[in-house]
Design a protein around this ligand. Structure first.
Ligand code: C5P
Length: 236
């Protein structure tokens, strides 16, 4: 597979064309951003850690019946993935109240959510990723009704699988964000799953092991990502 021109550069990853239209190269950079790109820093090793972390999770999910865009790890910071048409929607599941849910509704941080809460956001930095629902998505044509149903079902299936994976390694999966796309008309999990896009707490101490360390200036960001990777068995 020949890597060709850059197609897109996001806040933490870049996408490159290949000589096969069906596949693109996802390149994980060390750039770390928060607050819609207002806080940006280079954190050494982050690209490598997230690339390998994501490969591990995507493989685990695929082995357990989740269709994903992941094809193969190419090197320390790059992976080959399906060239999907992404849906501009973020699917969030919350098992424990934190972050924007607490700010929005004034509920207690750390409260267990039973049943878990599912939320949808429009992927749009200029509008600060506003919360939306199924009606906005269908009416404005961001995805078809059947594809929204599929995304939601897959997001909950991922929740059962990952809650178990992290619980067995002594962590609580507080919440996470997934993005999906279409490849040859079918819905696949896209983007990445890494501590950049989820909240993970140590089950005993509730120490934050995710991007909240960066958002809140707690330090030890990559060390925490590496600890999570180590605990679930990712080879870095
Ligand atoms: O900020 P909020 O509490 O809504 O985030 C919920 C979850 O989704 C968190 O794990 C956060 O890291 C993730 N998220 C993300 N990218 C966004 C918004 C949220 O990865 N643009």
């Amino acid at each position: 597979m020949q890597k060709k021109e850059e197609l897109y550069s996001g806040k933490a990853k870049s996408v490159f064309a290949t000589d096969n239209d069906d596949f693109v190269v996802l390149s994980f950079r060390d750039d770390t951003s928060a607050f819609d790109g207002e806080k940006v820093e280079l954190l050494s090793r982050k690209g490598m850690v997230n690339n390998k972390f994501n490969a591990f999770i995507m493989n685990y999910l695929a082995e357990n019946g989740i269709p994903t865009h992941f094809e193969e790890l190419l090197n320390d910071t790059e992976s080959l993935v399906k060239n999907m048409q992404m849906m501009p929607v973020e699917c969030v599941v919350r098992n424990v109240a934190s972050g924007s849910l607490v700010r929005r509704l004034g509920v207690e941080d750390g409260m267990t959510l039973s049943p878990p809460i599912f939320e949808l956001f429009l992927k749009n930095d200029a509008l600060h990723d506003p919360m939306i629902n199924e009606y906005h998505i269908e009416t404005f044509g961001w995805a078809k009704a059947a594809d929204i149903t599929e995304m939601k079902a897959l997001t909950f299936k991922v929740n059962s699988l990952l809650q178990k994976l992290f619980a067995e390694a002594g962590m609580i999966l507080v919440d996470y964000k997934l993005e999906f796309g279409l490849f040859k008309g079918k819905v696949y999990l896209g983007d990445e799953f890494s501590p950049d896009g989820c909240r993970l707490w140590d089950a005993e101490t509730r120490k934050k092991l995710d991007k909240d360390r960066f958002r809140q200036g707690l330090g030890g960001v990559i060390e925490a990502y590496e600890e999570v990777a180590h605990r679930i068995g990712v080879q870095l």
